[in-house]
Design a protein around this ligand. Sequence first.
Ligand SMILES: Nc1nc2c(ncn2[C@@H]2O[C@H](COP(=O)(O)OP(=O)(O)OP(=O)(O)O)[C@@H](O)[C@H]2O)c(=O)[nH]1
Ligand SMILES: [Mg+2]
Length: 325
Amino acid sequence: MTSSSDAATALFESAIKGERRSLGKLLTAIERGGRQAEIIADLAHQVSGNTHVVGITGAPGSGKSTLTGRLLKLFSEAGDKLAVLAVDPSSPLTGGAILGDRIRMDDLAGEESFIRSMATRGHSGGLALAVPAAIQLFDAVGYEPVIIETVGVGQVEVDVAGAADTTVVVVTPGMGDAVQANKAGLLEVADIFVVNKSDRPGASDARRDLELMLDLGHVSGLEQMTGYRPPIIMANSLDGIGADEVLDAIKSHAEYLRNSGKIHIRRKERLVMEIQNRVELLIGSTASDILESELGAGYIANVLNRKISPAEAAKSIVGSILTKK
Ligand SMILES: Nc1nc2c(ncn2[C@@H]2O[C@H](COP(=O)(O)OP(=O)(O)OP(=O)(O)O)[C@@H](O)[C@H]2O)c(=O)[nH]1
Ligand SMILES: [Mg+2]
């Protein structure tokens, strides 16, 4: 064993015993990426696969953190030892990464709960690897459930949300939010809808829009076969209204997944997605290395001279990766 894997193993064992600072250090290493992160992910994977993962997603400012805070309180009061991971896909300075309501979140959490925000700090693909690794780490250490808050605006974010066992999509009244959520692909990944800020005008319109879109989706949707229709819950998270219903819906969905055996499909899909992401990142970084090498310079020169096309160069590079020992 190398010393870095010794260090990771020691931290991991201490985190399993409940040492929160060790867990914090492991999460920092996961966030940083690289070899150390991989070692930790490997350790965590071996003893994970049990916790229920809840994704909370929606447009910036829709009230995800406020709702998460409410859920955190309800779960904690029920004696659950849960973890909350707030993921900021792009900017480490705004929104989820700083967790605007951090102080209040901490106040709401039971002593046993763990709250963490995670930013990618710009390294490409960081999120795709760090989030599943963090989930598996929380799982391995015994947190149940694990709540992931992420802004649902881009493909990566939708993927992260879709990687959860139960995905809660938060929309707000006005501005055609429900339609936007549909466009962003959030309708397909939603297991539960929350119309948050229902104290504002237009809340019932938002609900109706969602009902309509669900009706349309049902014509050809997979859910038609399974019989599960995502509930739409009206909430005012500032006042805590609706949070208990969201909690019940999460529990019902978890039960539905278990009873239908769909939980295994979701978890398999999550692992397949992680493998796929890791393969793409591995090939991508190897290709970058080749392009910066002498071999790559040769390909580039040939493309510049119109001897070969970019497509041919790409195929040759992939070929050299595949034959590399
Ligand atoms: N009126 C009203 N305001 C709310 C409600 N829920 C949250 N807010 C407010 O909306 C603002 C954004 O709430 P957040 O919980 O930070 O939203 P978010 O979706 O986590 O935001 P980002 O993480 O930055 O995308 C805050 O000022 C909240 O106090 C609600 O139900 N009604
Ligand atoms: Mg937030």
